[in-house]
Design a protein around this ligand. Sequence first.
Ligand SMILES: NC(=O)c1ccc[n+]([C@@H]2O[C@H](COP(=O)([O-])OP(=O)(O)OC[C@H]3O[C@@H](n4cnc5c(N)ncnc54)[C@H](OP(=O)(O)O)[C@@H]3O)[C@@H](O)[C@H]2O)c1
Length: 368
Amino acid sequence: MAAPITNRAVWQDAAGVPGVVRASPLPGTDAELGDRKVLVKVHAWAVNPCDHMLQDRELGKYPAILGCDVAGTVSAAAAAASSRFRVGDRVFGVAANNGFQDYVALEDRLAAHIPGDMSFRDAVVFGLAGATAAMFLFGDGYLGLDLPGLGAPRKGKSVLVWGGSSAVGGNAVQLAAAAGYDVVATCSRKNFDYVRRLGAVQVFDYKDADVAGKVAGELDKGDCAGIFVAAGSRDGNVAACRIAAASKQGLKLASSGFIGNLGDVPAGVDVRQPTAATFKPFPDAWFETTPATFEGYLPEALSRGAYKVAPPPLVVNRRGLDGIQEAVNFMRVVSGGGLDGIKEAVDRTSEGGRGDGISPVKLVVERP
Ligand SMILES: NC(=O)c1ccc[n+]([C@@H]2O[C@H](COP(=O)([O-])OP(=O)(O)OC[C@H]3O[C@@H](n4cnc5c(N)ncnc54)[C@H](OP(=O)(O)O)[C@@H]3O)[C@@H](O)[C@H]2O)c1
């Protein structure tokens, strides 16, 4: 197996300080690749809200490497992964917080081929958001919906995706629609068309004072298979609980921002989330639903043009690892609601390139 000669990572040395680029041990030895990993030379990294949250939070163990979403070329494949991946293959995938490196060892089950002439910058948007959406929609112990498939029959049942314009929400809308559910979603009014294009049949403005009553009324027009709060943190959880409580059906509810105090949940609302006994750490938590993502539906749908690149990438810079901290800083501002300012800032840089002009974007850094 040909190993790369050097590797570097963005090292997090303490809570609340910028990451520092320096050498990192090669994850390319046979022992580190284990049975089932592929070593990927990264060409594009995407940044998620968790990257700035984890940068700011005390992790207990330093130095650490953050980062999840990568796309690049396979430079080595462990024995059990070599039936699926060959050196030179173009792949995208998700790492459990060690993605900000030049070379990343991905679990083969959490990697997939990039179809046709799709760019690294487009392919890198799916990793964490896709894995998260699939886990909450299809995972046992979450909503447990039927898996997506090309040409899946319509179920005649709805699913509510709260926060359908977010990265997680956009994947959830597409995956649930591909599983045959009629997706009802919430987002800002400016994103109604975007979320409809992803496959929602009904969209509601989450800032509307009466959104809970309106959405509950819509869901009660037929059978509803469940509610997924993709974005919106506490506000989203509160609103979704209100909808579930107002509905005449006993609705299942799962949230990407786990519901901390179940005592706040109204009676009759069926919250689906792990207990201390059933909790699985990442990356294990994503494995169960890879038939919907990396090992099944997602790459197939991408290759058939049946799945949209959503949110579209906004390239922050092309400085590779040296540009990651800038993107994490931008992500922090975006999470605070400053997306418009970020788009202008990126436009002003000579290296940057905008998304396609619609509202949501995924912040991406490319290799020089
Ligand atoms: N548990 C996990 O494993 C896991 C994994 C990944 C992410 N997450 C969490 O999932 C959430 C979404 O992540 P992401 O990457 O998708 O974020 P993102 O793309 O940055 O989401 C931003 C979008 O969320 C929408 N939003 C904000 N407040 C909302 C509200 N009250 N109700 C509905 N929508 C709202 C906004 O949509 P509009 O522009 O339309 O207003 C905004 O554009 C984050 O809280 C993240 O920490 C959890």
